[in-house]
Design a binder for this molecule. Structure first.
Ligand code: S3P
Length: 430
């Protein structure tokens, strides 16, 4: 098990780029495989989660080349061209791979089994299994379909209208992908709009898809056409550097080419509301997704209250938001974020334990956290709980601690951010 010792201090200066967006990378592999013709993907994230998706499509007979220029060339097999894999498909740590693939595989003409690592095998799957079963899907899992491994016998599907209880892009996307194979339209409503990358990319590849205020409608019957996709930098990865630059005095960091899709940019709104200095420059569009450069300058942060529709717009950023809150003046209260309990780990419990372990005043709430900022943190040891975002958040916290902090179990950062530790050191002036 790897560990990393981080010694605090210094400031973040210069220009950086973060690796490609994880959500968009998954979708580009999936839709590129289901399209007719070739799809070239530039800027793909080669983290372990995305490699699990890539491997799954190769196992279903899709030829995917990796030319020397770093792009990915997918020879799409068309909607009905996938082949039955002769082994179990391993989704690793990736909830997106497992949930989206369950939708996609429900309408194939073959049998598949999906599994994942010990963290993924504990995460709830009924949220996709139940509505897919209503579409006619035949899916089995442990605990009545709640837990992976999942076995899927592809069958004919009918479109449904589904009211989701949680704002989850994974649920929405699983149903939309199943909807490509269903008879009649598939409609998904959610309590608040979750990230809409699937909708944007389905449209970009030629599907008939209508975005609703809080959901989407897919009308099947069209082929997908291979496209050129350029994946922007992942705002969820940029978030660690935004918070690092805000809390380290004297910092000025330009993070280039970051995806700023409004369904993902809650972190910017939250940090601005906390008094952070962030400027979006050079705003443009790239393969149907908004992109910008983000200039961050160190700032005096204040505690705020966070809840409602801001939560799904920043769902993966709460571990590092908790870190920002620990360095802010006053109290930050995060509510309506019960979903954090079923991420790669229980992120409410993990951040409460780990930030608390360094001396921060954090109280776990059933659906969030209350953090009293401005208390000096001390050195020590922090565990990642096997969760990439906990590991990286604790590394950012360590920058503001006088004594060294050792972060234990850090291999997990490879799932979403290969090169994180090197980039953190390169962008820091001591
Ligand atoms: C993702 C959706 C979110 C997010 C995850 C990636 C996606 O999960 O937390 O990291 O790519 O669709 P939920 O849909 O469960 O909220």
């Amino acid at each position: 098990m790897k560990q990393q010792m981080v010694t605090g201090g210094g400031r973040l200066r210069g220009e950086i780029r973060v690796p490609g967006d994880k959500s968009i990378s998954h979708r580009s592999i999936m839709l590129g495989s289901l399209a007719t013709g070739t799809t070239r993907v530039r800027g793909l994230l080669r983290g372990e989660d995305n490699l699990a998706t890539l491997q799954a499509f190769r196992a279903m007979g899709v030829r995917i080349e990796e030319p020397a220029d770093g792009s990915l060339l997918i020879h799409g097999v068309g909607l009905h061209g996938l082949r039955e894999p002769d082994g179990v498909l391993d989704c690793g740590n990736s909830g997106t791979t497992m949930r989206l693939m369950t939708g996609l595989l429900a309408g194939q003409r073959f049998f598949t089994v999906l599994t994942g690592d010990r963290y993924l095998r504990r995460r709830p799957m009924k949220r996709v299994v139940e509505p897919l079963t209503r579409m006619g899907g035949q899916i089995w899992g442990r605990n009545g379909g709640e837990l992976a491994p999942l076995a899927i016998r592809g069958t004919a599907l009918q479109g449904i209208s589904h009211q989701s209880q949680v704002a989850s892009a994974q649920i929405k996307s699983a149903l939309l992908l199943a909807g490509l194979y269903a008879e009649g339209e598939t409609v998904v409503h959610e309590p608040h709009l979750s990230r809409d990358h699937s909708e944007r990319m389905l449209r970009y590849f030629g599907a008939r898809l209508e975005s609703l205020a809080t959901g989407a409608r897919l009308i099947p019957g069209r082929h997908l056409e291979g496209r050129e996709v350029e994946v922007p930098g992942d705002i969820s990865s940029a978030a660690f550097f935004m918070v690092a630059a805000l809390i380290r005095p004297g910092s000025e960091l330009l993070i280039r080419h970051v995806g700023v899709n409004p369904t993902r940019s809650g972190i910017i709104d939250i940090l601005l509301a906390m008094g952070g200095s962030l400027e979006l420059q050079n705003q443009r569009e790239c393969s149907g997704e908004p992109v910008a450069d983000i200039l961050v300058r160190s700032s005096h942060l204040r505690g705020i209250e966070i809840g409602g529709d801001l939560v799904p717009r920043a769902i993966d950023e709460f571990p590092v938001i908790a870190v920002a809150a620990a360095f802010a003046e006053g109290e930050t209260v995060i509510r309506d974020a019960r979903e954090l309990r079923v991420k790669e780990t229980d992120r409410i419990a993990a951040m409460t334990a780990e930030l608390g372990g360094l001396g921060a005043q954090v109280t776990a709430l059933e659906d969030g956290m209350a953090i009293r900022g401005g208390v000096a943190l001390g050195g020590g040891t922090a565990s990642s709980h096997g969760d990439h975002r906990i590991a990286m958040s604790m590394a950012v916290a360590a920058l503001g601690v006088a004594e060294p902090v050792t972060i234990v179990d850090t291999d997990c950062t490879e799932t979403s951010f290969p090169g994180f530790w090197q980039l953190l050191e390169q962008s820091r002036e001591l």
